[in-house]
Design a protein around this ligand. Structure first.
Ligand SMILES: CCCCC/C=C/CC(=O)SCCNC(=O)CCNC(=O)[C@H](O)C(C)(C)COP(=O)(O)OP(=O)(O)OC[C@H]1O[C@@H](n2cnc3c(N)ncnc32)[C@H](O)[C@@H]1OP(=O)(O)O
Length: 379
C-alpha cells in the first residue's frame, strides 16, 4: 500500500551517466535540492519522485513485479510502471519540475502534505480511526447495531488509543457513527456461552474490561468525547475519564446497571460522585435515571451542549483550534490534572471489574440478558 513508508533511495544522489548536458545539470541540481527539503513531502510524492528518477536513469520499468504482500516494493514498482514509455528526457524534466515545486511550496510555508487531508489508519473493522488537523478520531462504527461494543471493538479501541497516544496528533476524539453514540456493551458478549464456560467468560470479560478502562486512565493527551446521539452503559461511565465532553442536544445518558443486574464500571463509582455529587450519582448509577443532554450538562458530566443541526460543524471547528495549541504543553498539563488520581483510578477499576465478574454470573444479570434476547425488554 502507498501509505507504507517509502524512503527516497540513496541512488538519487549518485548520478554517473552524463547525458543531455543542460538538463542533466538541472537534474543533478534537483537531486541536491531534494536533500535540503526540511519537511517530508509525503509518501505519494516520494513515490512519484522515485518513479521519475528510475524512468530518467533506467528508462521504462524493467524489473519483475513484486509479490502482492511486499507492499513497499509493489507501490514503488507500480509508480514506476505507471510511467509507461515516458522518455528519459521527459522524466528528467518532470522530476526537476516536481522538486522545484516542492522547494517553492516549502519556502512559501505550504508544503504539499500540509494540506488538511484526512489519513485513515488501517487494520480496524469495528471502528474508524483517522487523523486530520492534528486530531486523531476514533469512531465507533457498527451503526446498524447502535454501535454496541463487542469484544473485537473493545480490543480495537485499546489498540487505537495506544497508537493515538504515541502518534503526532495533539488531541484524540472519540465519537459514534450514525444515530447513536453507542448503546454500550454488546449483550451478545454474553450469548451462546455454555454453562461450563460461564466462569471463563466472566473472568476473560473482566480482564478485557480492566485493560479497556486502563487505556482511558493512562491516555496521555487530551481526550475529547463528541457525543453525537444516545449513550448507554459503559460509554457513559467513560465520560468521566474524558477531558472534555461535547454533546448534541439529541444525546441522552443512561447507565441502567441495576436494570441489567450489573454494577458500575469505567471508574464511575468513584468519579460520578465527584463530578455530580453523591445524590445525583445515586440516581444515575443505582436507579437508572436517563439524563437529557441539558441535565447531563447541569450535573457536570457534559462540558457543552450544541444544537444537533450545527453540532458537527461547531464542535470540529472548536477542536481544530484546540488542536493547534502546543502539543507538549497540553499533554503535560493534562497529566498534571490527572496524575494525582491515577493510582486511585486503577484501584477503582480493578475493584469494579472484580465485582462485575461476579455480577455476570448472577441470576439477576442472566435473566436481564435473556429478557433482552427474548424481546421482553429494551431500555
Ligand atoms: C468485555 C465486557 C465488558 C462489559 C462492560 C459492561 C458494560 C455495561 C453496559 O454497557 S450496560 C448497557 C448495555 N446495553 C444495553 O442494554 C442496550 C440494549 N439495547 C437496547 O435496549 C435497544 O437496542 C436500544 C434502546 C439501544 C435501541 O432500540 P431501537 O428499538 O432503537 O433499536 P433496536 O433495538 O432495533 O437495535 C438495532 C439492532 O441493534 C441491536 N442492539 C442494539 N444495541 C445492542 C446491544 N447493546 N447489545 C446487543 N445488540 C444490540 C438490537 O438488538 C437490534 O438487533 P436486531 O436488528 O438483530 O434485532
Amino acid at each position: 500500500r502507498q501509505t507504507q513508508a517509502v524512503c527516497i533511495p540513496a541512488v538519487h544522489l549518485h548520478m554517473t551517466t552524463a547525458t543531455m548536458q543542460v538538463s542533466q545539470k538541472d537534474f543533478e541540481k534537483a537531486q541536491e535540492q531534494l536533500k535540503l527539503l526540511k519537511k517530508d513531502p509525503g509518501n505519494e510524492t516520494k513515490l512519484k519522485l522515485y518513479a521519475l528518477f528510475k524512468q530518467a536513469t533506467e528508462g521504462p520499468c524493467n524489473s519483475p513485479k513484486p509479490g502482492m504482500l511486499d507492499f513497499v516494493k509493489k507501490a514503488k514498482w507500480d509508480a514506476w510502471n505507471s510511467l509507461g514509455n515516458l522518455s528519459q528526457d521527459n522524466a528528467r524534466q518532470k522530476y526537476t519540475e516536481l522538486v522545484s515545486s516542492l522547494i517553492s511550496a516549502e519556502s512559501a510555508g505550504q508544503t504539499k502534505d500540509a494540506s488538511p487531508k484526512e489519513s485513515r489508519h488501517g487494520g480496524y473493522e469495528t471502528i474508524i480511526v483517522s487523523t486530520e488537523n492534528n486530531i486523531t478520531k476514533i469512531m465507533f462504527n457498527r451503526p446498524e447495531r447502535k454501535n454496541a461494543i463487542n469484544h473485537q471493538m473493545y480490543r480495537e479501541i485499546i489498540k487505537a488509543l495506544h497508537e493515538a497516544g504515541k502518534d503526532d496528533s495533539t488531541i484524540a476524539v472519540i465519537t459514534g457513527n450514525g444515530e447513536y453514540y453507542t448503546s454500550g456493551n454488546d449483550l451478545n458478549n454474553f450469548a451462546n456461552v455454555k454453562p461450563n464456560e460461564m466462569e471463563k467468560m466472566a473472568k476473560d470479560g473482566a480482564e478485557l474490561l480492566k485493560e479497556f478502562v486502563s487505556s482511558f486512565i493512562d491516555f496521555p493527551k487530551p481526550l475529547i468525547a463528541v457525543v453525537n446521539g444516545p449513550a448507554i452503559g459503559i460509554s457513559v461511565t467513560l465520560l468521566g475519564l474524558c477531558d472534555i465532553v461535547y454533546a448534541s442536544d439529541r444525546a441522552t445518558f443512561h447507565t441502567p446497571f441495576s436494570q441489567l443486574g450489573q454494577s458500575p464500571e469505567g471508574c464511575s463509582s468513584y468519579l460520578f460522585p465527584k463530578i455530580m455529587g453523591l445524590a445525583k450519582a445515586n440516581e444515575m448509577l443505582l436507579f437508572n435515571k436517563k439524563l437529557t443532554a441539558a441535565q447531563a450538562y447541569a450535573w457536570g458530566l457534559v462540558t457543552e451542549v450544541f444544537p444537533d443541526g450545527t453540532f458537527q460543524k461547531e464542535v470540529w471547528e472548536r477542536l481544530k483550534a484546540y488542536a493547534s495549541l502546543p502539543k507538549n504543553s497540553l499533554a503535560v498539563s493534562k497529566q498534571l490534572l490527572r496524575s494525582m488520581e491515577k493510582e486511585k483510578l486503577h484501584a477503582v477499576n480493578s475493584k469494579e471489574c472484580e465485582v462485575l465478574k461476579e455480577r455476570w454470573l448472577s441470576d439477576e444479570c442472566l435473566n436481564a440478558i435473556v429478557s433482552f434476547f427474548q424481546r421482553k425488554s429494551k431500555l
